[in-house]
Design a protein. Sequence first.
Length: 358
Amino acid sequence: MLTEANIAFTVFVTERPNHAHDFVQNGDLSSWNALVVMAGDGLMFEVVNGLMERQDWESALKKPLCILPGGSGNALAASINHYAGNEPAIKEELLTNCTYILCKGLHTPMDLVSLRTASGKRLFFFLSFGWGFISDVDITSERYRKLGNARFTMGTVQCLAKLEVYKGRLSYLPVGETSASSSPYREQSSSSGQSGHHTCYRNGHPSHILPQTVPGMSHVPEGTWPEDSLLVPFNQPVPKHWTVEPEEEFVSIFAIYQSHLGADYVMAPKAKLHDGSIHLFYLKAGVSRTALLKLFLAIQKGTHMDLNCPQLRYIPVRAFRIEPFVAAGLMTVDGEMLPCEPVQGQVQNQLCRIIGGP
């Protein structure tokens, strides 16, 4: 399709975890009009954070990004297909649709979410952050990667059998709330600006999970990045106009930016590429296994909120903070595993460009 459209391209095959991250961080990108990732969402996460580690990150992010589905989840590709007004698609049909979108060459702004951890890391994600059941399913299902998207069904069944409850504090700034009393984030951690290394698990390895490090922001002075104007340091309480959820026992907390959680999982059907909203879902303790299974089945059609599950809450937010009381459970960002610790994030409006959109 690219050849027929007279689009010249060069294929770069990654050979190890963080290979794409290092390539875009250090490479000369001046001769290319766009960067195309043919893989799952984990490789795009590498590319986004590799670009953010460049000294010229602002100009580098003006180069449009494109996703061609080559993984098992393919959430970003499915979201792009959804925003384009196409019918739901998986496998070869989704790949064909996304390649056609690439051939047209139209691109649009995309928000990113800036994520900070209590230990001093700053990352940028385009898809989701999770703690609890959904993250447990994502990581547990890695061992079934050869099954494709069916891996998530296997992971769901396994995690339902040992349903866990996680204790912590959830705070958020709802969309529409004023941010007048927010103060700009100022780095307080002694590790700020230093090269941090956190154990995580990389996608793309079908038979096992390899421990690696999450890319950090160690090459660019903090002051040159976009400011997290809605966040305050972890040693301060959230601003008074934020909402602090009184419940402190959760089955899952999931902040998703795109419409799709996977190629056939529609988590936030009203999401857009640059609407300034993080779609926050949290599931309180007390939900039965049967109700939880029904919710997951309904997500395939995007009808989970129609079930009126009393434990499920949804609210569009501009920023959030999660503070676990103990380091228990799995945390994931764009499908990549993080240490369980306090985290907070906010939308950075129209920070990059993506090929596709409505």
